[in-house]
Ligand binder design. Structure first.
Ligand code: ATP
Ligand code: MG
Length: 427
């Protein structure tokens, strides 16, 4: 639709519908929810109501209008075009089965016309096509301007907060940096990618693993759960009796398709997957190694960093120390940790049990709840480093490279040597 530019366009809703009867409203609501759109955006009243409402409000990205009660759909559609801002994709529905009307409507700028009664599948297809139109073709120019970034977040031990960092990172890249982002949670049985956003994971990821040949652009559009305009999640809660039956081909294919459909992919990559499917890091641009300052995490940070050097030599490694501070920070100091892993920590994220509990209760990522507080700043910095902002790869102090630390005495062996030996157990 082609009305002149309107400054209200900045406040556009992703979706609005104007329908004539309850049955259509119910059907549209159901499919809208699947797309992550608010069901209350489905209004009663057809085309005339749409024209009235949109003359005083910003038009949405996707607009569904019911033409059933319109005596002259073509004239009314042209009146709608007057109040719609550029870029709105209009899907119409009506009872008139006339190919001339269909052609005239398409010529007037509507994207699709659904003959009533239509099915959920037909509507779903129309919405998916609308979203593809909005996303636009990914021309070679766009690819040069903003090459796709694939980030893998790997926790060196269980529970260090890798998933917390992955969800926060995906949210920050999408909401703050404005980059369309996919969060791919490869913890197929116990993943929290959807849970962190208070969403159901759906069957998308399990379907992909079962039928890798089905994975294509359209599959990605349908299977991913939308968190917002810029952020979508693919996650699963596979049943525990169902072992992960894949050679990893599905994961590779998913990465490939996401590379075509998004600007960033954040992979929550459980470390045990590295053993089974080392090729998963082949095309990764940034590997986030999430650790804690504990003895066990130090040992495994050394191992994971060495493994990445061998298996993802082209990936930029970002070392994130999480849960730093009183309580968990006491086991090993930052200095000891850095000497042992022979590099600097790129970002330190403090321990804050209160805020993480609040994020969990609200069903929001930690970064969203943290705002500008004591966790907000380091998390933003973390996203900035990963996303290639000002401080690419720069640690908090010094350059943190192995070279800058090589003169210092270091190594995990020294660290272990300092630990008191346990007293012998009396026989
Ligand atoms: N900075 C932090 N301060 C306090 N608690 C945190 C922090 N980061 C994460 N947590 C908490 O630690 C717990 C484990 O986090 P998370 O699930 O992200 O870890 P993980 O490394 O992905 O674990 P898993 O090995 O199960 O995949 C969660 O309860 C989370 O809220
Ligand atoms: Mg996890």
């Amino acid at each position: 639709m082609n009305a002149p530019f309107n400054p209200r366009a900045g406040m556009r809703d992703p979706f609005t519908a104007f329908v004539c009867e309850d049955a259509t409203a119910e059907l549209v609501r159901g499919v809208a929810i699947e797309h992550g759109w608010a069901p209350e955006k489905v209004n009663k009243g057809g085309l005339r109501n749409a024209i009235q409402s949109l003359s005083v409000a910003a038009s949405p990205h996707v607009l569904f209008v019911d033409l059933s009660e319109s005596g002259d759909p073509l004239t009314d559609i042209n009146a709608l075009a007057e109040v719609c801002e550029p870029g709105t994709v209009v899907i119409a529905a009506g009872q008139v089965n006339d190919v001339r009307l269909y052609r005239d409507l398409v010529a007037s700028g509507i994207q699709d016309y659904l003959l009533k009664p239509f099915t959920s599948d037909q509507l779903r297809d129309a919405f998916v096509n609308a979203q593809l139109t909005i996303a636009g073709p990914r021309g070679p120019e766009a690819a040069v301007d903003r090459p796709h970034t694939t980030v893998a977040v790997i926790g060196v031990r269980g529970g260090v907060g890798a998933s917390t960092l992955a969800t926060s990172l995906a949210w920050l890249l999408a909401e703050k940096a404005g980059r369309s982002t996919a969060l791919l949670d490869l913890d197929v049985h116990f993943g929290t990618g959807a849970l962190a956003f208070d969403l159901e994971p759906g069957r998308g990821l399990t379907d992909a693993i079962e039928n890798p040949s089905r994975i294509d652009g359209l599959f990605i559009e349908r299977a991913m759960v939308r968190v917002g305009d810029k952020l979508s999640v693919l996650s699963a809660e596979a049943p525990m009796h169902q072992p992960l039956a894949t050679d990893g081909g599905a994961f590779h294919q998913l990465q490939e398709e996401m590379r075509g459909a998004f600007e960033c992919t954040v992979i929550d990559l459980p470390r045990n997957m590295l053993i089974q499917h080392p090729h998963l890091v082949q095309d990764v641009n940034v590997a986030v190694v999430a650790a804690e300052m504990t003895l066990a995490a130090t040992r495994d940070a050394i191992r994971v960093l060495a493994w990445l050097k061998a298996n993802a030599p082209n990936a930029r490694v970002v070392l994130a120390a999480n849960k730093v501070g009183q309580g968990s920070g006491a086991e090993i100091s930052r200095k000891e940790f850095e000497q042992s892993v022979e590099r600097g920590v790129d970002v330190l994220i403090p321990l804050d049990a209160k805020l993480t509990a609040q994020a969990a209760k609200l069903g929001k990522p930690l970064a969203e709840v943290a705002k500008a507080g004591k966790l907000g700043q380091p998390l933003s910095r973390f996203a900035d480093i990963v996303g290639g902002g000002d401080g690419i790869g720069a640690p908090d102090e010094g350059d943190g490279s192995a070279a800058s630390l090589k003169s210092k005495l270091g190594g995990f062996k020294q660290l272990l040597a300092k630990k008191p030996k346990p007293a012998p157990v009396a026989a």
